[in-house]
Design a binder for this molecule. Structure first.
Ligand code: CMC
Length: 376
């Protein structure tokens, strides 16, 4: 037949080159611009990692100071955005509110169409700086609390937690949060990044690409999994109930959230680093019950299915321990992954080709409407 081979879900298809990150499944490694992600998580702040992703090199002290100065100057929540959040909290999911807020920022930027590389980076840095205030304010509104002004004497992670909880974070919480942001920042052609590249490939604007990417990230097969992991933990409740819960869930053919990956089939390269960060939180907050549940579910699920945890498995309970509501976990992922989306949007623009694949038609054969007479 003349049916071309179809790769469902583009599985295994290489779509383009990228210099942003490299996933190596054989060595179970993830490199950002050549650097192993676990080294970056251990040795560099999230701001430095974002600079690396955008500019290709780690910043010098001077470059970092300049980057941080601009980032800190954009942290204050725009009152117009605060009003949008006020209107939507209580009815909309926080991911929908973040998506709407970014759309609103785009619609209010008279230079939204400017796609010069420096203009994209200016917009990206301002958006990157504003997202913590947006996410923090949504969390506070959900709890009936008012906004907290940013602190420009705090780094990104500490300020994010400050604006959310109104107190300076303990170093253990700040460090674990910073590590999670670095680990979430970039992951080659995942669904949301590819979405951003598709939108960019039509020469649409930066914000449109980010808004579309947020829509893709929201789904539970992608970023939404970190929230779903926490709901699973809450549903199970206690390590002693893992076996019974798994029997039932697998019997009902449910997917166990936080396990499995399209690319990694023998474990996610980011998990050991995040698991170690989670352990510091478990020790700090004195919650061995969470460690028990975590270990038991992992051990039983891996033994039964041979499918390993992905990054969302340790990050879900980590965000819970830091104090976030479950519905805020995926918005946090947005605040981090906007770094990777931006690097890919730049890269797509630098060597653009419209992304427009083909499909193999399998609908009805050609047919005609009775009475139609072609003009001659
Ligand atoms: N629970 C139960 N079974 C699973 C799971 C899981 N989490 N993951 C894969 N499987 C089974 C699946 O049912 C299928 O079995 P069978 O061959 O009998 O039909 C087999 O493993 C292959 O799975 P697949 O869904 O065809 O593989 P995929 O490459 O399309 O899926 C995935 C990757 C991430 C969509 C899937 O593993 C999944 O749904 N996981 C749960 C959601 C999740 O944790 N997502 C986060 C992904 S990573 C980080 C991120 O983006 O945030």
């Amino acid at each position: 037949s003349d049916t071309p081979e179809i790769k469902k879900g583009l599985a295994g298809v290489t779509v383009d080159h990228t210099a942003v990150s490299k996933v190596n499944v054989d060595t179970n490694s993830l490199l950002y611009r050549g650097y192993p992600v676990q080294e970056l998580a251990a040795m560099r702040s999230f701001e430095e990692v974002v600079y690396l992703l955008w500019y290709g090199e780690l910043p010098t002290a001077e470059q970092l100071a300049q980057f941080q100065r601009i980032e800190r100057s954009h942290r204050t929540l725009d009152p117009a955005i605060a009003r949008v959040i006020d209107q939507l909290v209580g009815t909309a999911h926080p991911m929908d509110i973040v998506r709407t807020a970014v759309s609103m920022l785009g619609a209010s930027d008279p230079t939204a169409w400017d796609s010069e590389p420096h203009a994209i980076l200016d917009k990206a840095l301002a958006l990157f700086a504003q997202l913590p205030g947006i996410v923090a304010y949504i969390q506070r509104c959900e709890r009936g609390l008012g906004a907290i002004a940013p602190r420009d004497d705090l780094g990104y992670a500490a300020n994010f937690l400050w604006m959310t909880f109104g107190e300076e974070p303990h170093p253990v919480a700040r460090e674990a949060f910073d590590v999670s942001m670095t680990l979430y920042a970039e992951h080659s052609f995942n669904a949301s990044t590819f979405t951003a590249r598709v939108v960019t490939s039509t020469l649409s604007d930066y914000y449109s690409a980010v808004v579309a990417a947020i829509g893709a990230l929201k789904g539970p097969l992608h970023g939404g999994a970190n929230e779903a992991v926490m709901r699973t933990f809450e549903e199970i409740g206690d390590a002693s109930r893992v076996t019974g819960w798994l029997d039932e869930a697998l019997g009902a053919k449910r997917k166990i959230m936080g396990f499995g990956h399209r690319v990694y089939k023998r474990g996610d390269s980011r998990v050991p680093t995040m698991h170690a960060a989670l352990d510091t939180l478990i020790a700090h907050y004195g919650r061995p019950d969470i460690a028990d549940l975590y270990d038991r579910l992992e051990a039983e699920f891996v033994a039964r299915k041979g499918i390993y945890p992905n990054l969302d498995y340790p990050s879900g309970p980590a965000y819970h321990l830091i104090g976030f509501d479950t519905a805020i976990f995926t918005p946090i992922f947005v605040a981090s992954r906007v770094a990777g989306w931006t690097a890919h949007i730049q890269e797509q623009l630098a060597s653009n080709a419209l992304i427009r694949p083909l499909s193999a038609y399998n609908g009805p054969a050609e047919r005609h409407i009775e009475g139609y007479v072609a003009d001659e």
